[in-house]
Design a protein. Structure first.
Length: 117
């Protein structure tokens, strides 16, 4: 059974930082495609950052140079370091594993990030 457990969300002032973690069990992050998504209030869930099997990263323009996605293979955990947070970064952040065999993605339960101005 695949399980993704997220942690690290919270309330922070604009300009602050948070680090999100997503620990996986039942699936290997480094053998698949990992991602962080964000769902702002009243909006759809959108991808924020991705990491491929060899570790190539990509970001949506709004977070590039502020957010960093990384992976610890030994701990089977993916991280999202978020710096210079702004109120528009507020939302529920979800980690996901997109299996390379084309099966449906697996999702974490989500962690709330709130940035006050």
């Amino acid at each position: 059974q695949v399980r993704l457990v997220e942690s690290g969300g919270g309330l922070v002032q604009a300009g602050g930082s948070l680090r999100l973690s997503c620990r996986a069990s039942g699936i290997i992050f480094s053998s698949n495609f990992g991602a962080w998504y964000r769902q702002a209030p009243g909006k759809q869930r959108d991808v924020v950052a991705t990491i491929t099997r060899p570790g190539t990263t990509n970001y949506v323009d709004s977070v590039r140079d502020r957010f960093t996605i990384s992976r610890d293979n030994a701990r089977n955990t993916v991280f999202l370091q978020m710096n210079s947070l702004q109120p528009e970064d507020t939302g529920v952040y979800y980690c996901a594993v997109l299996p390379i065999n084309g099966r449906d993605a697996y999702w974490g339960q989500g962690t709330q990030v709130t940035v006050s101005s």
